[in-house]
Design a protein around this ligand. Sequence first.
Ligand SMILES: *Cc1c(COP(=O)(O)O)cnc(C)c1O
Length: 397
Amino acid sequence: MKTVYADNAATTKLSDTAFEAMLPFLKEEYGNPSSLYTMGQKAEEALFAARETIAGVLNCDSKEITFTSGGSEADNQAILTAATLGEKKGKKHIVSSAFEHHAVLHTLEKLEKQGFEVTLLPVHSDGFVRPDELKNVIREDTALVTIMYANNEIGTVQPIAELGAICRERGVLFHTDAVQAAGHLPIDVQAQNIDLLSISAHKFHGPKGVGALYARKGIPLYTLIEGGAQERGKRAGTQNVAGIAGMAAALKEANEQLEQTNRKVKAMRDRLAEGLSKIPHSKINGDLHRGLAGTLNMCFEGIEGESLLLLLDDRGISASSGSACTSGSLDPSHVLLALGLPHEVAHGSLRISLCEYNTEQEIEHILKHVPEVVAYLRSMSPVWKDLEEGKKQYVIQ
Ligand SMILES: *Cc1c(COP(=O)(O)O)cnc(C)c1O
């Protein structure tokens, strides 16, 4: 059997549709979209069409879409935009949540060093912020609320429309990192009161290194990259035409198949959840009913997530212990810690994220191998021995 790819929250396979949409711009249509001759104009038309497509999916105007190098850049630009605008009015307070992506959290840390004050809302043990708690922390000097649409490690989907409505009522800009949501959940920036929103193509079967930032009309974007007048002067640099064409095609395709995909993926994910929950002293993190259809995050007491991943890799399964960005470091996931899990439990985590290309057969493969590997690791773990002998108490019953 070839590798079972179960890490779609980290990145996804390029769809055939996206690939086909990119090809002309990688080959014969290599003109610069800023050039006036025909070949350049073909590229410019592709950007125009992609902007229209993406705007259609998000329910905004195509002028409100700026192309970026991905989700991280869009997050940085959105936050720095709101911070810069706020600062001009003496507003230097930002509200976010404890389990944001590092593209958000590290940008906020940078702003803290520049005198901004950041309030991180708790996400509670279920992985959700509480709208009432947002109401309580917004102040006169709040410049921005930035809360992710769906979490990349545990998949919980936040009450975005409700949070957006609170911000709109209080006159505070609202940004959402929708990188895990775009192509997976319906998005409507009007109905959901969203002012700024980030997406990234490689999370919905588009290419890597390309994304977009939606900014509501009237919000002047802060320029991260200075240079030419591309993207209305708000993001210099010759656009990634092939990537942008691929992103638009992938988003359109994902959006058209959204319900069908979610139904299929959820059925597979639920079967996995049911099977893997039989492993003693294991727990599911997040909320399967109010989460992304394809994401399953679990903790297994007494083991190390990293060892689990390596052994699963030997058995042809690509999964994750959390976010790709934290792997390689020994710190447990900040997301799992934000749920209140103790360090020793957060260390034993596994994230399986499925997509429509996964098969029933692959689910069987995972259902066979994860329990075997967990049992093997436990048999070698001194911590597990102490637990079994009653020298330590199980955290997960
Ligand atoms: C992947 C991801 C990002 C970063 O996107 P890139 O395109 O890889 O820079 C940001 N936020 C979330 C929630 C993500 O899952």
